[in-house]
Design a protein around this ligand. Structure first.
Ligand code: UDP
Ligand code: MG
Length: 313
């Protein structure tokens, strides 16, 4: 028997946890040749998430939990879960049942076929505000142009991985974690399984629009240095333009003496250049701030308590 660990990041998912556990347990029971453990990672929830998980753990020794000292974000919760999972195979699932447990047999079949990772991608974005879908699509187009690492549009975080792939993901110890990129960056063969977008079972998404935008920027900074090149290219273009302008002014002055007029256009040009300069400094600042945070080498998460499973023996 192989051990399958199911890692579940949870942030204020009190209502979803019992239903999630029941649905996954039912699906896991039919998986051939695997035993299942559940690892819930409570990401500093403010509701009864931890209590709900502890209740499950009291009934089922296959349930373990980690609980953070505060909310560290889903990426941190994922990392902690992968680090503490004991399985030979490790699956990551959201607690809100947007990742259909019914796909588990298909994912497992792919691993048995020899893939190191089987991941789920949604083929539509039904039930999502149109503006959000539009921005998401543009983001994927942009980041894939700028980065060598392929970031798959519509990829969910629902995936089943072998231990060696998880070890590789864990060896990427960066603080600014953009998992979609890391999963792809570590390589290994991935089989994509497609599904429709499902609505959340209960509760609300934890991501506001602004948070998604900031997350997208984090992703770009983490997986591309192309924006840094923009600054240099813009600088070169502007030098070229000013060279042409100088020639033009000299020629005009030689032909029609006293023709150096136009302070209004000067003001516009100065403002434009100042704007571009600030923009480029902002890009630099983004990379510098990420470098600053990385060099502090702070832990990715801090545990408050953990338990369940073997810990209670
Ligand atoms: N989540 C988390 N920490 C956070 C935000 C979210 O652990 O700070 C978990 C959340 O409980 C859920 C998963 O990450 O299990 C996905 O979150 P959500 O459903 O809000 O995101 P969406 O599906 O809308 O992208
Ligand atoms: Mg969700």
């Amino acid at each position: 028997m192989e051990l399958l660990s199911i890692v579940v990041p949870c942030y204020n998912e009190e209502e979803n946890i019992p239903a999630f556990y029941r649905a996954v347990r039912a699906a896991a029971a039919s998986l051939p040749g695997v035993e299942t453990e559940y690892l819930f990672v409570d990401d500093g929830s403010a509701d009864g998430t931890l209590a709900a998980v502890k209740k499950l753990a009291a009934e089922d020794r296959a349930v373990r939990w980690l609980s953070f000292s505060r909310n560290f974000g889903k990426e941190a919760a994922l990392y902690a879960g992968l680090e503490h999972a004991k399985g030979d195979l490790i699956a990551v699932m959201d607690a809100d049942l947007q990742d259909p447990p019914a796909l588990l047999p298909e994912l497992l079949a792919a691993i048995r076929e020899g893939y190191d990772c089987a991941a789920v991608r949604r083929v539509d974005r039904k039930g999502e505000p149109p503006i959000r879908s539009f921005c998401a699509r543009q983001f994927y187009k942009l980041i894939n142009k700028m980065s060598d690492t392929e970031i798959v549009d519509g990829a969910r975080d629902f995936r089943l991985m072998t231990r060696r792939m998880v070890e590789a993901v864990l060896s990427v110890g960066e603080y600014n974690r953009f998992s979609k990129g890391i999963f792809s960056w570590v390589g290994f063969r991935t089989k994509w399984v497609e599904t429709e977008n499902l609505p959340r079972a209960a509760g609300e998404t934890k991501w506001s629009f602004l948070q998604l935008v900031l997350y997208a920027l984090d992703g770009i900074v983490a997986f591309s240095t192309a924006p840094l090149a923009i600054a240099s290219v813009l600088g070169l273009i502007l030098c070229g333009v000013s060279g042409l302008a100088i020639v033009f002014i000299i020629v005009r002055e030689l032909i029609w003496r006293g023709s150096a007029y136009g302070w209004a256009s000067l003001v516009c040009i100065i403002l434009l250049i100042a704007g571009i300069q600030l923009f480029c400094m902002g890009i630099l600042g983004q990379y510098l701030s990420k470098t600053y945070l990385e060099t502090k080498r702070r832990p990715i998460y801090i545990l408050r308590e953990q338990g369940g499973g073997a810990h209670e023996e």
